[in-house]
Each structure stands twice: as C-alpha cells, then as structure tokens.
Write a protein that binds this ligand. Structure first.
Ligand SMILES: [Zn+2]
Length: 326
C-alpha cells in the first residue's frame, strides 16, 4: 500500500522561509505509479488522520522540549532546527516580514505530517505487510531538540505509540539515508525494544561536530560507515549488517520502519551528500535487499521517504515501488 498526502509538502514561503527547495517528489512518485495503473495507492486527507498529541510526543522527547514546542519557545526551537539563524544570531534565509502564517501553524503541519507516518505504520501492521508513506522520516530529531530540519522524530513517536497500544513489543529501524540516523539512535540508545541500523556517510554532517561526546555520535545498534569511494562495498556491507543485527537479536522484531532516504544517489543535489554516490542500479538493489530481507521473514514493514533532493530523487523511489507493486 502506498500512502500519499497532497498537503504535506512544506510551503516555506508562507512562513517567511527563503529556502529555494521545490519538493514535489511525493506527488511525482504518486502520479507516476497511478499512470502505470499500480494497485494499492491511497490518498490521505487531513480529516481522516488522528492528530498526535503531547503525550504521543513525550514518548520520544523530553517533557521539557515538548513544553517548549507547545509554549512560547516554539519560535526559537524552529529557527534553530531549520537553521534560520546564523552563528551571530542574525536571520539566515528567513524574513519574518514575508510570513503570512505563524509558527503555531507550522508546528501543526509538522504534527500532521508525523501523524501520517504513524498512520502508515498502523496500516502496515494491520495488513501484516508493506506500506510506503510518501513522506516522513525525521530521523535527526533528538530527545531534547530538533535538528537538521527534523523538529520531532516521527519514527520513534510512531513506534512507541504502537508499543503503548500493545500492537507491537519490539521493532527495528533500518536507516539507509546518506546521513546517519543520529536522532533515532540517541532517543532509543537505552531502549532494548527498538534496535537501529544506520548505513551512512562516514564523514560530513551530522558526524562532523568537533566535540567527541556530541549526541550525534551516540551509536546505533549497528552503524555502517561508508568512506569516500567505497560504493562497490555498499550492498555487501548492508547485507552483512542486516544479518548481524538478526543474529544479535534474541527476540526477532514485530515490526520494522525503513527510513529510505534516496540522498545516497549520485545525482542527488544536496551538496552535503556528495561523499556517497550510489548509481541508480545500486539504489534499486539496496531497496530490494532490505524489502526482501523482511518479506522473507514475514515482518511487517513501513517505509518512509526521508532525505532526497533535486530533480531526480523521485525516480529512485519510483523504480523501487514500480518493481514490487502489482
Ligand atoms: Zn539525508
């Protein structure tokens, strides 16, 4: 089942944010699959989703941080997370005079987006199968802070909601985005019920913080670090990592979230992803490897979009979904 929500792409300009990012990849993937006559395409609407609340957020985030988001520190948390303020405290890519909507609306739209991630997880579990939500994957948000354009961590929020509702006991998060799933690793580092695997660029953001004990360096259960020019080893290392996590885990997971960022693709346009350059074929093999691993083991899987920038990213999601959907 493929879940699409037409209103989720952020309309930055309405908030005075001057980020020249055209994000229509969800729509392009959805339209493409529809044109091909693929089955299981579902369009979500705003009223059909149960909105996450404070208690949902507090399962992944500190109550201090959640209070800030619902109180008068929302603006400063957003400015920092979306890098709208520079090291001298001046506005960067942001002009409040151009804003037509306020930050509370912005936060509501993020809550709405994360609610759709949770809904997609529920659907995968109900069908004991596979869902791909054309959105979500806010893997950099930490327990006490947003980071890297991820204000809250929809992955852990969704999984812990499923646990609280007694729908699952344990889960894995497989993160194949080019950037380390550092927020997810930090939030779940003392939680044996959620195991994490991240395969990512060895250098660059978010691992380039000079402090050795920076939270972004908290390890996942399995971290696979790809150095420059090591692309030919990528698939084998990922395969070994999955097998290693399987061997490590006495209790097999009830559920898996795959954070399937396509920014490792060689034609991705975000400068910070240039240290990992997988070909289109390698990207397809990557996705099929992960998909089959869990399908063969009958573990329900929910996939999230995460990072993927520029005009070609939609093709990577599409080629995978095209190949597995009837
Ligand atoms: Zn990324």
């Amino acid at each position: 089942m493929i879940l699409f929500h037409p209103e989720l792409s952020p309309r930055w300009g309405e908030y005075g944010i001057l980020i020249p990012l055209r994000d229509d990849r969800s729509k392009r993937v959805y339209e493409h699959l529809r044109t091909l006559g693929k089955k299981g395409l579902i369009e979500l609407d705003r009223n059909g989703l149960k909105l996450l609340n404070k208690s949902d957020l507090e399962r992944a985030h500190s109550s201090d941080f959640v209070e800030k988001l619902y109180g008068d520190q929302l603006e400063s948390e957003i400015l920092e997370c979306f890098e709208l303020i520079d090291s001298k405290g001046k506005y960067h890519r942001y002009n409040p005079a151009l804003a037509k909507r306020d930050w509370k609306d912005f936060f509501q739209s993020i809550l709405h987006h994360a609610s759709a991630s949770k809904f997609s997880m529920e659907k995968a579990l109900e069908d004991k199968g596979f869902t791909f939500f054309l959105g979500g994957g806010m893997h950099h948000a930490r327990s006490d802070k947003g980071s890297g354009f991820c204000l809250i961590n929809d992955i852990v929020i969704g999984l812990r909601a499923l646990q609280a509702e007694n729908k699952i006991k344990s889960a894995w998060v497989i993160d194949t985005d080019a950037h380390k799933g550092d927020g997810t690793a930090e939030i779940t580092c003392k939680d044996p019920s959620i195991k994490t695997l991240s395969i990512h660029m060895k250098k660059g953001w978010p691992l380039d913080h000079p402090e050795l004990n920076h939270p972004s360096k908290i390890p996942s259960d399995v971290d696979i670090e790809m150095d420059v020019d090591e692309e030919e080893f990528y698939l084998e290392r990922l395969r070994q990592g999955l097998n290693h996590l399987w061997t490590l885990s006495l209790d097999k997971p009830d559920f898996v979230v795959v954070n399937a960022g396509v920014d490792p693709y060689e034609l991705d346009e975000l400068p910070s992803t240039k240290l990992l350059k997988l070909s289109k074929e390698q990207m397809l093999e990557r996705d099929l490897l992960v998909y089959r691993f869990f399908k063969e083991r009958n573990i329900p899987q929910c996939w999230l979009m995460s990072g993927g920038y520029g005009q070609y990213s939609w093709e990577i999601y599409s080629q995978f979904l095209e190949s597995i959907l009837e």
